[in-house]
Design a protein around this ligand. Structure first.
Ligand SMILES: Cc1cc2nc3c(=O)[nH]c(=O)nc-3n(C[C@H](O)[C@H](O)[C@H](O)COP(=O)(O)O)c2cc1C
Length: 327
């Protein structure tokens, strides 16, 4: 992990991936205080809220942490400005390929820039255009996902990206998996699902209970029934909301076919279906109608425990796995 810890400035190269509504001051500071690397999820936050969240996180930890910004946020440049004013050390750009002005603004702020690389070709391009480190995230992950598994991305990208640290994410639940990716050339890892239900997480007790009860096969990717409808692939726990979404797609497609609705209106209805749904699940505890974004590693979440316990378990397991190999 040496390369990863040197880059992050944390004790362990274990990042807690930003999770909208979950990764706020309490969880982020707890991760960084326990030796991991916490990342604030800016999500759709306006500038003033991000400003407050960074200040509040700084009040809870003296350790380094990062901020995750979504590339299509309409105030992206202003958000980068807030990070710069707080001297945030690491900015992660998520949600699509970053624009050159955004990358340049981050570099000019003095922060280290981390980007998500979905393919080896784009990984090389991101490094060429200024990314200081990459995250590769496979389809086992919770939240918005790409089509390729973590193990395949790791095999394709780790051997060809050697100039910058690469962090592997998606489906990591145990230390022996961390050891395996480090052996393959990763500088560190990023986990989300295993941290979402920790004691320090502000997620609603019902959200945490759903994580504790769920098994891997319940964390499913959203299904697109009709190629005309814009269904973004998201991995979340199956619930009444995911079933109703399938029904909604069927209904909208039928209305379009019958000429009762034009295509643009139908697409908009699908696009807006999940608006506010993650907040409803995380904050309000609506585990039936809300979006319970979770990765396949959710089966390894079996109790509500402090972040420090999860990190200690991961590190002990990883060390034991590496020691076994050395022996
Ligand atoms: C509830 C939830 C919300 C998430 N929100 C975001 C987000 O806002 N931005 C982002 O880049 N990734 C988001 N992710 C992905 C995580 O940052 C992380 O990369 C992922 O959880 C790692 O895979 P794992 O779930 O298998 O551990 C989210 C994941 C979960 C489970």
């Amino acid at each position: 992990m040496a390369r990863g810890t040197a880059f992050l400035g944390s004790r362990y190269a274990i990042m807690a991936g930003a999770m909208s509504w979950v990764s706020e001051r309490h969880l982020v500071s707890a991760i960084s205080n326990a030796g991991g690397f916490g990342v604030i999820a800016c999500g759709a936050m306006p500038v003033e809220l991000l400003d407050k969240e960074i200040a509040a996180t700084k009040a809870l930890t003296t350790k380094p942490f990062g901020v995750n910004l979504i590339t299509m946020h309409p105030q992206l440049i202003e958000l980068i400005g807030v990070c710069a004013a707080h001297k945030v050390s690491h900015i992660v750009l998520a949600g699509g390929l970053p624009s050159a002005p955004a990358m340049e603004a981050i570099k000019a702020s003095g922060a280290k820039l981390m980007c998500f690389a979905p393919t080896a070709a784009l990984a090389k391009k991101l490094v060429r255009t200024g990314a200081d480190a990459l995250v590769i995230e496979g389809s086992e992950a919770g939240g918005h996902i790409g089509p390729v598994s973590t193990s395949v991305l790791a095999q394709e990208i780790l051997p060809v990206i050697t100039d910058v640290p690469v962090f592997v994410a998606g489906g990591i639940g145990r230390g022996n998996a961390i050891a395996a990716y480090l052996e393959m050339g990763a500088s560190g890892v990023q986990l989300g699902t295993r941290f979402a239900a920790c004691s320090e997480s502000i997620a609603h007790p019902a959200f945490k209970k759903a994580f504790i009860r769920a098994s891997a096969r319940e964390a499913v990717a959203s299904v697109q029934l009709d190629p005309r409808l814009p269904v973004i692939p998201v991995r979340a726990l199956k619930n009444a909301g995911t079933e109703a979404f399938t029904e909604k797609q069927r209904d909208v497609a039928a209305r379009i076919d019958a000429g009762e609705m034009d295509l643009a209106a139908g697409q908009l209805e699908i696009e807006h279906y999940w608006a506010g749904a993650l907040r409803r699940a995380v904050i309000d505890g609506d585990v039936e109608g809300g979006s319970l974004m979770a990765g396949q590693s959710v089966g390894m979440v079996t109790a509500e425990v402090p972040v420090a316990d999860v990190i200690a378990e991961l590190v002990t397991d990883a060390e034991a796995a590496l020691a076994r190999r050395a022996a």
